[in-house]
Design a binder for this molecule. Structure first.
Ligand SMILES: Nc1ncnc2c1ncn2[C@@H]1O[C@H](COP(=O)(O)OP(=O)(O)O)[C@@H](O)[C@H]1O
Ligand SMILES: [Mg+2]
Length: 218
C-alpha cells in the first residue's frame, strides 16, 4: 500500500537519509525505532508528504506522492494521511469534538456526516463524556485520544505517529498503544509509529531499526 524507494534526504549537502526502502501493507502496524538523530522524524515527515525527499519516491496506493504539489498535495494529505505528534497540537479555543471535526470540514464533507463520524470516533476511544471539553480541561492521555480521533476523521489510508506516547506516563502510553491495535482490529487501520518505547515497540507487527540515516533491520 505504501512504498518508499531509495529515499535520500540532504540538509545543506549533509546526508540525513542515505537510501531508505520501505513497504507497508494495509492493516499493518509498523514501528520505527532507533537512537536520537538517526533520521526517524525526517523519514516519517517525508513518508507523510510534510517534507520532500532529495531523491527517491513515495507511492501510496500507486499515487506518486513526490509528484504532487501545492493545493493538490495539501488536499491529498488531508484526505489520505493522518498525523499524531508527541504534543497533540489541538486548537485550544475549540472543544474536543470541534477539533476532531476540523479536518473533515476542510475536506468538504457534509457537516452532519463529519459530526456524526467525530462523535462515533470519540465514543470508540472512550471519550463520550469529554466531547465538549476544551483541550486544557483534558488529561494528557485524553488529549492524545482526541488527536487520534482527529487523525482518523477522513478515513486515512495510513496514520503516521511521531513519538505519540513520548509525553505520557507508562499507563497512558500502554493504553494509547492498545488503542492503535483496537483500531486496526475494527477498521483495518494502518499505522507507522516512531517510538522510543521499548516495552511497546516489540508488540508491533514489524520494527524497522534506523541508524545513521539507514534502516539496518526490518
Ligand atoms: N530542518 C533540518 N535542517 C538541518 N538538519 C536537520 C533538519 N531536521 C533534522 N536535521 C538533522 O537530521 C538528523 C536526523 O534528525 P531527525 O530525523 O529529527 O532524527 P530522529 O527523529 O531520529 O531523532 C539530525 O542530525 C538532525 O540534526
Ligand atoms: Mg524525532
Amino acid at each position: 500500500m505504501l512504498t518508499a524507494r531509495n529515499v535520500t534526504k540532504n540538509y545543506s549537502n549533509l546526508p540525513i537519509l542515505k537510501g531508505v526502502d520501505i513497504t507497508v501493507s494495509k492493516g499493518e502496524i509498523v514501528t520505527i525505532v532507533g537512537s536520537s538523530g538517526a533520521g526517524k522524524s525526517t523519514l516519517l515527515h517525508i513518508l507523510g508528504t510534510l517534507d520532500t525527499p532529495t531523491t527517491g519516491e513515495i507511492l501510496l496506493n500507486d499515487v506518486n506522492l513526490t509528484k504532487l504539489k501545492g493545493n493538490a498535495l495539501a488536499d491529498f494529505r488531508n484526505r489520505h494521511i493522518g498525523f499524531i505528534f508527541q504534543f497533540h497540537h489541538l486548537l485550544p479555543e475549540f472543544s474536543a469534538l470541534e477539533n476532531v471535526c476540523i479536518p473533515g470540514f476542510i475536506a468538504g464533507t457534509a457537516k452532519n456526516a463529519v459530526r456524526e463520524k467525530a462523535m462515533f470516533l470519540l465514543e470508540t476511544l472512550g471519550m463520550q463524556d469529554r466531547m465538549d471539553h476544551k483541550p486544557n480541561a483534558l488529561s494528557g492521555g485524553e488529549q492524545q485520544r482526541v488527536a487520534v480521533a482527529r487523525a482518523l476523521i477522513n478515513n486515512p489510508d495510513v496514520v503516521m505517529a511521531d513519538e505519540p506516547t513520548g509525553n505520557l506516563d507508562s499507563r497512558n502510553a500502554r493504553e494509547l498503544h492498545n488503542l492503535f491495535f483496537e483500531l486496526r482490529e475494527k477498521f483495518n487501520q494502518t499505522f507507522i509509529i516512531v517510538t522510543h518505547n521499548e516495552e511497546l515497540a516489540p508488540l508491533s507487527d514489524r520494527q524497522l531499526v534506523m541508524k545513521d540515516g539507514r534502516i539496518i533491520s526490518h
